[in-house]
Design a protein around this ligand. Structure first.
Ligand SMILES: [Mg+2]
Length: 388
């Protein structure tokens, strides 16, 4: 079996409304799918993390840098190919876009391996530790409007996400410490006293501002405080973890086993959030997961992107061993974006219907059962939204 072609499909559409997080507002949704074809008619699908122009640049890395290194190779040699590509790109990018690009190719190779074996991805890894997983719905994105309006909107949106049946919810913050506390108070009002909510700062604070907001989140009984400060600031993370009772989460901007080793050895995180479509694909995710567990750090995957990314993460979450285990073990959750995303809802010939399942099954979804990722993208849909 030989790899005959590697194609990046960059999809994009105009969002119905302007949304934002602490770093920017955006009005376009992008997805970057990777298709790996073989001489035996089996095709694998993967996805690279990276919005907008990053996806367009990553397409060039996938097709013009990685493709020549893997053409003619046996796709089942996925770990050999991972190291061939990584070792040759080491001088040019141990983090960031080269790793995002390699991730999409690696995920597609795992899809091929599953299809060859006739086994779903979670069985290729070692089996399911759980048949279904709880889902948290994130929303409450920033909008360019006054804080009192945004707070009212967040209160209503939080109540609505809870009403949809999700197991927990997550909000964005990033207006500045005092206004962010007002937003978090609004979300707590919206969901009531018991329901878990989390706050994601996308690394916009100084350490002292993060302490101010973190103390308020403790008072509001938030479950976690995500990416409070810059991912490079490992000392800051360690200080926040030692000084705050709220869980400190992060890791979506970290890459491969060497980057994660530093993060974990710094004792920077209460909850690790690896992004499989960025850190190096499934091959590297499994090594990072083992490192997290070696440091007794629980993992809740970061999930972003199309239905390919969502399905991949469902398999990974099903195959994640309990850590430390027990009669009522700590459980991971699936992250789900409740804002407009056609690439998740309409890409597949048979949609995952996460929201429908959540509503019917008490906030939980079952794991796809087909071979590989277990999902099939609709080629007409891909053609309609391709911009490259
Ligand atoms: Mg985040």
């Amino acid at each position: 079996m030989k790899i005959t072609k590697v194609t990046s499909h960059v999809l994009q559409y105009d969002m119905p409304e302007l949304l934002g997080y602490s770093q920017q507002y955006y009005d376009k949704r992008t997805a970057h799918l990777v298709e790996v074809e073989t001489d035996e008619g089996i095709t694998g699908w993967g996805e690279c993390f990276g919005p907008g122009n990053v996806a367009i640049a990553n397409k060039a890395i996938v097709e013009r840098v990685i493709q020549p290194l893997v053409l003619g190779e046996n796709p089942l040699n996925r770990d050999v190919l991972w190291h061939k590509v990584y070792n040759l790109l080491r001088d040019h990018g141990q983090k960031g876009m080269p790793m995002q690009s390699l991730s999409g190719v690696d995920i597609a190779l795992w899809d091929i391996a599953g299809k060859v074996a006739g086994l779903p991805l979670h069985m290729m890894i070692g089996g399911k530790h759980r048949d279904d997983i709880p889902v948290y719905g994130y929303g409450m994105m920033l909008r360019p409007e006054p804080v009192y309006e945004l707070a009212k909107r967040f209160e209503d949106e939080a109540a609505s996400i809870k009403g949809m049946g999700f197991a927990a919810t997550k909000m964005k913050i990033g207006l500045g410490p005092k206004d962010d506390v007002k937003l978090a108070e609004a979300v707590r009002r919206g969901v009531g006293d018991e329901f878990p909510f989390m706050a994601d700062a996308n690394h916009c604070y100084t350490t002292s501002d993060a302490f101010f907001v973190g103390h308020a989140l403790e008072e509001l009984d938030a479950y976690w405080f995500e990416e409070p400060i810059a991912p490079e600031d490992l000392d800051g993370y360690r200080e926040l973890r030692a000084g705050l009772k709220v869980n400190i989460s992060g890791g979506e901007a970290e890459f491969n086993r060497w980057g994660w080793r530093n993060l974990l050895e710094a004792r920077a995180l209460s909850i690790a959030q690896p992004e499989v479509c960025a850190l190096g694909g499934i091959s590297e995710y499994l090594r990072v997961l083992a490192l997290c567990h070696a440091h007794f750090t629980p993992v809740i995957n970061h999930v972003w992107g199309s239905a390919i990314a969502v399905a991949t993460n469902m398999h990974l979450l099903a195959a994640m061993p309990p850590m430390p285990g027990g009669l009522f073990p700590w459980e991971p959750m699936l992250e789900f974006d409740t804002t407009d995303n056609k690439f998740r809802d309409e890409l597949l010939t048979e949609p995952l219907d996460i929201q429908g399942q959540v509503k019917k099954n008490n906030g939980r979804v079952t794991i796809p059962g087909g071979a590989g990722n277990g999902v099939e993208p609709d080629r007409d849909f891909i053609k309609r939204y391709t911009i490259n």
